[in-house]
Design a protein around this ligand. Sequence first.
Ligand SMILES: [Zn+2]
Length: 266
Amino acid sequence: MKVVINRANSYMTYNATRIFYKSNVDIFGIRLTIPNKPGTLRKVLDTISKRGINIGFIHGEEKDHYGEVFLVGYQHDREMLPELLRDLNSIVTKYEVIDSTKRGLVIDDRTIPVTYMNKRLVAASIDLWHGLIRGVKEYLPESAYQAYLWHIGKSMGMAAVKLHKNLRSSQPPEVIVDHLRFGISMGWFISAEMEHYHNNEKIIIRVYGLWECKGISTGAANSHLYRGFLAGLLSGLYNKEYIAIEERCLSRGDDCCEFLLSSRAK
Ligand SMILES: [Zn+2]
């Protein structure tokens, strides 16, 4: 059986909700706490539009009886801010103005940006992850480097089993699909496919644009961290050891990274 998960827009990206960057444009942020009642957000937006203020970015979130709205505006509208805040006074419970730290960069550092199952996600730029791998590679001999990354990945995969199982009481193949969807939404890869055979003794997972291998040209299979992750995920799900072999890889010119997972004979 084959499951294909395709991202609708092949490369539409958006900023982390609390970090907004617009190159060479002066911007500022406002965080508003408003009562979570129908129509309040509409009133806020109407008030802003009456002042002729152009919103560059808006993000809203519900929290118990309140909602939080994070807006980014353009600097030339800034002089209208005192009047705007006065207008909003009867609608919003609290507001906070967040100035840019550098031209075009507004960081709301008072809240955790992304959570999954109410757990904090520790996100880092792909440059930091590549830096980590490069550092380990320089420091350790090849086989030790591969094993080291594989073990880190495997431990993460086993930890992910618990997290995904909490999501719903689903069967292992569905948990793998959940993981692949999660991986796409987190930017690990762009799209994914899974095939499973022989009562899940053999599973093929193909991921396109895997961060670990994208832009790295080694001429050989390059994924050790994600390969370990998959081995850990499946070993934990099926309660038996799985090995993962990367049979195709972006780093050697293939169009995807393809992992063959098979349960190890006892
Ligand atoms: Zn690869």
